[in-house]
Write a protein that binds this ligand. Structure first.
Ligand SMILES: [Zn+2]
Length: 644
């Protein structure tokens, strides 16, 4: 009896064997694969072993693919079927996996082998996909300092560690500062305008501390509705001021992020120079689609010039409305969310409940599948597979000749064993194995409400957007034609382009021509009325000018900070931010605003010199979609071009 008979996690011949996988299979499978892989790597890097595709890259990819597939199944189950036993098995094995990948990234013998292959005559004969894999590996080793002298390598490692520590401290300070403030209200009369459920939560929060009245905090579920709905203007101002001065010099000195920002910027700069780049922005762009910081800045400034007139119009409209209807002669920073919510309700109100009645699950799925079939020339049909829950469905995607292109699981409903949100993940990636092609398999996971009683599940329009978004990621993985696992499907995609296919798919949810065919009122069967659709469209575009310039302000600040801001000079990040605001913002916040002290994305979240990616991918997807707008939205020629 061999191992695969007893441990289904080690069976790589087909789809994951969900019916047979048990928690006790996890540890032994991980241990066995790690031992095998380490032995394999040891053999591949022994002096004198050939640095060729067939004898080096292919066996290494084989080994790593097995581990990724087995651990991928465990990670997937951890996300969708979390039980105490599974969680403890996951947590017990995860450090071993992390340790393995850290070793891999630091194994300079592997780096030498990749470089030798790159310099060998064989390299010229490799396919573009193979070359890209070799280049990506060399790039990643270099960016982690593999080519530095021993002395510089030590300094680089010390900087990396210090940056990790500072990032953690930055978010801890922010969290502690967020928790350090609360607004206690004892007079019910001061709660005017706030929705009842928010009031109840505030009551429970005060009660928990044995206090009378209501407690409002700076955490989003409390802060955001307070700013949107509280009629008491002086209290909005108080909350706003506390929120935008978190982790700054206006609070506890030990929670002030100001010195951390300076240190983070200086260390990133030093690390960039060690690697031979002029600044951190250049390093950040190496694995991205944008080539140079100048290109990103041109892109952002160009977008700002286009968006500003719309943002000014939005802001003027809001100011007029606030003066006329809300007696707010001068709009202050703490009025924006409040006045916007009132304006939105007055102009574009419709209820999600009303819209939902037109989006029963089966009709939406049918509509989405038909759209994808028409545009991309594929067929999507129900298929059979073992799954982890009875509500999970399985589908096959076939090509024009009936050939299997890929398969996917769809796990639509919320469960208390499932992590929140929606995501797409890979189960199997496409690759060529001799004569045979291993076709890709994807997981699509959502958290929609399950059907109640005899009624079908009904989706809000937001949920339909989510479904299309995730299916866009899924198509990226499933429709790949690349034969090598390192760059097939979603592997190796530049991260400022990752959201292109997903945001692209969202566009179709705003097309009358498409929606008319995927709606049917749950009781009457009638399609979505045009008048309701027009209201949805107007609400979608509400204040999009203002929102765009705000995103651009953040992106420009981030890029300049890591590009041409003098980290050793006398100018402060605040001065840079003020200068950018004077160019692209329509609502200038009060002088005490310290937005940068809570900009965790770039100081603690790995988005440094990468915040522009959101807009970059959005513009790419809009650009691609432009072709469909020109040729008719449901057009297979445009679909083929997009795929190619
Ligand atoms: Zn996405």
């Amino acid at each position: 009896m061999n191992m695969t008979d007893v441990n289904p996690l080690l069976d790589f011949t087909g789809l994951p064997r969900f019916a047979g996988i048990k928690t006790e299979h996890i540890g032994p499978a991980v241990d066995l694969l790690l031992t095998e892989n380490r032995a394999r790597i040891e053999g591949l890097t022994r002096p004198g072993t050939p640095a060729t595709w067939a004898d080096f890259v292919a066996p290494l990819e084989d080994a790593n693919e097995k581990l990724a597939r087995a651990w991928g199944v465990v990670g997937h189950l951890h996300g969708v079927l979390d039980s105490p036993e599974l969680r403890s098995a996951y947590n017990a094995n995860q450090p071993k996996i992390v340790q393995y990948y850290t070793e891999l990234g630091q194994n300079l013998n592997l780096f030498e082998k990749y470089k030798a292959l790159k310099l060998s005559p064989e390299f010229a004969a490799l396919t573009p996909a193979q070359c890209k894999i070799v280049d990506n590996e060399i790039r990643d080793f270099r960016l982690s300092g593999a080519e530095l002298s021993p002395e510089k390598k030590r300094r680089f490692a010390a900087i990396s560690e210090e940056l990790a520590r500072l990032a953690t401290k930055f978010s801890e300070n922010l969290l502690d500062a967020t928790n350090a403030f609360a607004l206690y209200i004892e007079d019910r009369g001061q709660l005017g305008g706030i929705p009842e459920d928010v009031i109840e939560t505030a009551r429970a929060a005060a009660d928990k501390e044995g206090k009378p009245g209501w407690k409002f905090s700076l955490h989003a579920p409390s802060y955001l509705p307070f700013m949107q709905y509280a009629e008491q203007r002086d209290l909005r101002e108080k909350m706003y001021q506390a929120y935008v001065t978190r982790a700054s010099e206006f609070g506890k000195p030990e929670l002030d992020n100001t010195p951390l920002i300076t240190q983070i910027l200086r260390l990133h700069h030093e690390a960039a120079q060690l690697l031979g780049y002029a600044n951190h922005a250049e390093v950040s762009l190496v694995p991205k689609m944008a080539r140079t910081p100048e290109q990103v800045l041109d892109f952002l400034n160009d977008l700002a010039a286009k968006a500003l007139p719309f943002a000014r119009k939005d802001y003027a409209e809001l100011g007029e409305f606030a003066a006329a209807e809300l007696s707010l002669a001068q709009l202050e920073a703490w009025d924006l969310a409040y006045a916007s919510e009132k304006l939105r309700a007055a102009r574009y109100a419709f209820s999600d409940q009303e819209v939902k009645q037109y989006f029963p699950e089966a009709k939406v799925m049918q509509g989405m599948f038909r759209l994808v079939e028409t545009i991309f020339g594929v067929r999507i049909q129900p298929d059979q597979a073992e799954a982890w829950d009875p509500t999970v469905r399985f589908f096959r995607v076939s090509g024009a000749q009936g050939n299997l292109v890929g398969q996917f699981y769809l796990d639509p409903y919320s469960r208390d064993t499932k992590r929140g949100g929606a995501w797409m993940d890979e189960a199997i990636s496409r690759r060529r194995l001799g004569e045979r092609v291993q076709t890709p398999v994807a997981y699509l996971t959502c958290n929609f409400s399950a059907p109640v009683g005899a009624k079908p599940a009904l989706f809000t329009h937001d949920e339909v957007l989510t479904l299309f978004h995730e299916f866009g990621h899924g198509l990226h993985h499933l429709l790949t034609r690349v034969d090598y696992v390192g760059v097939s499907g979603i592997h190796g995609v530049e991260w400022d382009a990752v959201e292109l296919p997903s945001q692209f798919m969202e566009n179709f949810c705003w097309e009358w021509e498409v929606l008319a065919h995927m709606t049917a009122h749950v009781d009457s069967g009638a399609a979505l009325p045009r008048a309701l659709f027009d209201k949805m469209l107007a609400a979608k575009n509400f204040q999009s000018g203002m929102q765009t310039v705000r995103q651009l302000e953040f992106s420009l600040f981030d890029m300049h900070l890591h590009y041409d801001f003098d980290v050793a000079g006398s100018n402060t990040p605040q001065q840079l931010l003020d200068e950018i605001r004077s160019r692209v913002a329509v609502a200038i916040p009060p002088a005490y605003n310290r937005f940068q002290n809570n900009f965790s994305h770039i100081f603690a979240g790995g988005y440094g010199a990468g915040y522009y990616s959101y807009k970059w991918a959005e513009v790419l997807s809009a650009d691609a979609y432009g072709l469909f707008e020109e040729n008719g939205v449901v057009d297979s020629r445009s679909g083929k071009r997009f795929c190619d």
